[in-house]
Ligand binder design. Sequence first.
Ligand SMILES: C[S@@+](CC[C@H](N)C(=O)[O-])C[C@H]1O[C@@H](n2cnc3c(N)ncnc32)[C@H](O)[C@@H]1O
Length: 273
Amino acid sequence: MDDPLLWSSTDQERALRVIARWYDLDFGSMTDDVEMILELASGRERVLELGVGSGRIAALLARAGHRVTGVDSSEAMLESGAQRLRESGVNVERGDMRCLDLDERFELVFFGLSTFQHMLRREDQLAALRSARAHLVQEGRLVIDWTAPRPDDLVPTPRALQVEWMRESDDGRWVTKQAMQELALVRECGSALDRSSPIAWITYQYDSVENSGSLHRSLARFPLRVNLSTGEMAGLLAEAGLRAVEWFGSWDFDEPGDGDRLIVVAVGAEEAA
Ligand SMILES: C[S@@+](CC[C@H](N)C(=O)[O-])C[C@H]1O[C@@H](n2cnc3c(N)ncnc32)[C@H](O)[C@@H]1O
């Protein structure tokens, strides 16, 4: 299947079931983005994470004293972090961030680690932003952290799998992760590239060596919206009734363009500057 717009929630769950198995080994030791969110959450009690996954960020926020709710649509991701989420006191809601309707409102709502890039179409992006907007208290802040556009986001030639890491898992197996990104093609003609709102197929391949010595290989291939610029995000925010107040280019709060992330802090459009 090469048309990312035919991607279904069943396809997504199948891919996430593979990723969830190795998610903590892959991303569990990342702390720079967590520290950034902790800083942006300072003085804000109620926090909502959209796409909470296994609770990597949410659990640390809860342990730091915030009242945290985490929403995710993936059973596999929530299952993989169930113990951590429970023990840290995160309130978990399984649901789709595009049509969320919680009773509570929050001082901070955020999309961590490229989660917003799961919103493939403009209507998905706007639905997720409107959902986030609807769950903010007055003077609440929305934070979105995504991968900055890269020079080769629009290069048509599929790149080869590249080794990202080799690590030892908790149960003593050696695991190797390889990954690649390939630009998806527009479905109408199948040959032209969609350069205005490009979607890439991301492949993760995990090889683990079992205790018996046999190799177990698992593959997850899923689509992500790539090449999302500050200009496009500013337009989306405005259309969803939000306004950007700060931009950063890294988890260390560098200027946009000076790092490989884009991070925006936004407020309700009607709020005073
Ligand atoms: C890259 S993971 C990030 C997980 C976590 N925020 C972290 O930083 O470790 C993206 C998460 O977004 C979730 N997700 C994707 N689309 C979603 C949707 N429409 N509604 C709710 N969650 C969604 C996925 O299930 C996945 O857990």
